[in-house]
Design a protein around this ligand. Sequence first.
Ligand SMILES: [Zn+2]
Length: 426
Amino acid sequence: MIAQRNPTGPARTGASEAARNRADDVVDVDPLLLPADDPDATARMSPEDYDWYTAAGLDKNDEAELRDEHFQAEHSALALVLRADQLEVAVVAGHGEVIARQVSARIDGLWDDPAAAMGELRERVAEVLHAIDVIDPLRLAGIGVAVDGQVNARTGDVSFTTADQPELPIALRDMLNEEFAVAADQSAERIRLLSTGAAVGAAEHWRGAAVGRPNALILQLDDTIEGALVLDGELLTGPTGNAGRIGHISVDPYGPECRCGGRGCLQAIAGGAAIVDWAIGHGSARKPTAHRSPGPGATVRPAAAAGAGGAARELLPHADVLGVAAAARRGDPVALATFRRAGEAIGQALAGAVTLLDLDVVVLAGALAGVGPVLFDPIADGYECYAALPYASGPRIIPAVLGADAASIGAAAGLLARGCVPQRPS
Ligand SMILES: [Zn+2]
């Protein structure tokens, strides 16, 4: 999605203009917009700003005249969504609007050299801030960071989720403090670190499908399965920032091994990659095998609607899971059995969560949430089968509404939204 693009010259884009171009919610910016190095710029920089301005090749004195008077930087937040092979940078305004956003190309081995990754991030941040005429990221309310992997909110270390074994932890918070010249004692105020699952949950609770629902579970169904819990109106992160990680709860003691080291994890059965593996492993020409007795009243509707396929492709561009979903909608028996197996497993996990926590609503986000009834019907059947107690029998299971912006909005939520502030690590 490209709302604005200026590949030829140094024209500036005001935030109010950006806001008017919100048809696609995105301002895509080009690296060529950065001004050339100013040999006098260094002399005008204060020492604490030296690294940032030099690195970005920018002149601090430009900022006052460039900043749109209607744009309140101090009421906006920089959002960084960091994945194993991709960087997403956005600026989120005070009511949750994404006013500029840039998603990098996929970069294999991005974090193999953390310093090089930070250099890449520095460029992306400079471009996005330039698009809204802000130079110093510390003019914003703070920096919200969502990491696609394991986070340790106590230490600030993260490990990115990859297709292989978990990677060595990276001291991300220390690196961000240094990159953005944030003093260590200010770090907890200025930099908020979440998992992407928690960020998506925070976003859907703040501005999405779970607004007004004080007790919610928000599932993010992609190649991985993440979750976030909102209890009594507050995002629950847990002491290390990993609360809600429902993808690694086992739903089948005899199920496949999970890359986390467990067995029968929900993600190993119902994650996008697992769905593709299972469908391929069982061959599209073969008849479906009954893997689990269907829940009461289980039905399959192969002529389902397409759902949010466009958004899903953006979120999950390299997997074939949407192809499996399309085959299921055409009535392919193996594809249907694959989604039935996955959906019932998700329903079983949801039943456990709602029975434990007495939730108002369950929100399904991520690419798989867009595939429609081929997944939603088995989820409902699995849920009914395992949610036995009366109070757990009637929660609403609804699709998310924020799409590809959710992780950015949620990363910023803790800095901008009251009632959605992640608990501080103890
Ligand atoms: Zn697992």
